[in-house]
Design a protein around this ligand. Sequence first.
Ligand code: PBG
Length: 336
Amino acid sequence: MTEINCFGSFPETRMRRNRRWPWLRDMLRETHFSASNLIWPIFVIDGKNQRQPIASMPGVERLSVDLAVLAAEQAVSLGISSIAIFPVTPPDKKSEDGKHAFDPDNLICRSTRAIAEKLGSSIGIVCDVALDPYTSHGHDGLLIDGYVANDETIAVLCKQSINQAAAGATVIAPSDMMDGRIGAIRKALDQSGYQDVVIMSYSAKYASSFYGPFRDAVGSASNLGKGDKKTYQMDPANTDEALREVAMDLSEGADIVMVKPGMPYLDIIRRIHDTFHVPVAAYQVSGEYAMLKFASQSGAIQERECVLESLLAFRRAGATSVLSYYALQAALWLKA
Ligand code: PBG
């Protein structure tokens, strides 16, 4: 860092000079965060006019389809770019092979159709591709002899993707971490006439312990039991491996790549941004939401300031967009 010296030193140079006035700080700010950078994940349930609280995620509710449509309308009015739908599948619809994933009348498809009908292209509709909402064992793929089978799962994920695209999904987001699924899904979508459906790949998805509240929210925690996803999700210790995952997904046709979780993995976002210069999404996951929310509720931190700071940090690290359960609240704060 020797070249830094050529900028001069104290007292000619005073770093605080540029921080003296609000207009000056505003003028010199290097990164910005706005509602258009946000993707709002929501949980949907059966029924009408139903909302259920989630104990491990205070402030987040599971919504019936009619209320999910209202939520999407609110998101549009605040300038949020897109909504990511996660279905809470009734236990009797779960099976060993997760075949409810291709039912055109499953919750995610019904929600997608309802939102698309009401809002057209004024909001992006992101549909998650993975089998965990539908399997009795809670894994993202097909279990064969106790192991999640890669190639057999890919064929199923292609069917799931087409089912969601047919319902009106504008973004398909594979979160399963099978090898080769992006290429196969791209081909399947193209062959079915969905060339313009965007693929946002969960490329660097880690086998993280920060997903706990999400698994409570969708009801997959009890299905998975003591199991974990370490044979397909990445080891939290690895960083070079994330670049290889991203390179493969890009070569297979991914339009946007994702890093998940978010805040503990800002270094991964930065490396991907600097290496590939492609759109990178970051997922501020359920455990991160819970940390911010519970710390705020206890009075230890100031919620608004800390949440907005956390979102800005993603942009500074190089993320183009951020999935956050705080999306609606943050958009309201940004507008205020
Ligand atoms: C499932 C999926 C998970 C999340 C998004 N999609 C959980 C998992 O991999 O077990 C986690 C999101 C969160 O924690 O907020 N394919």
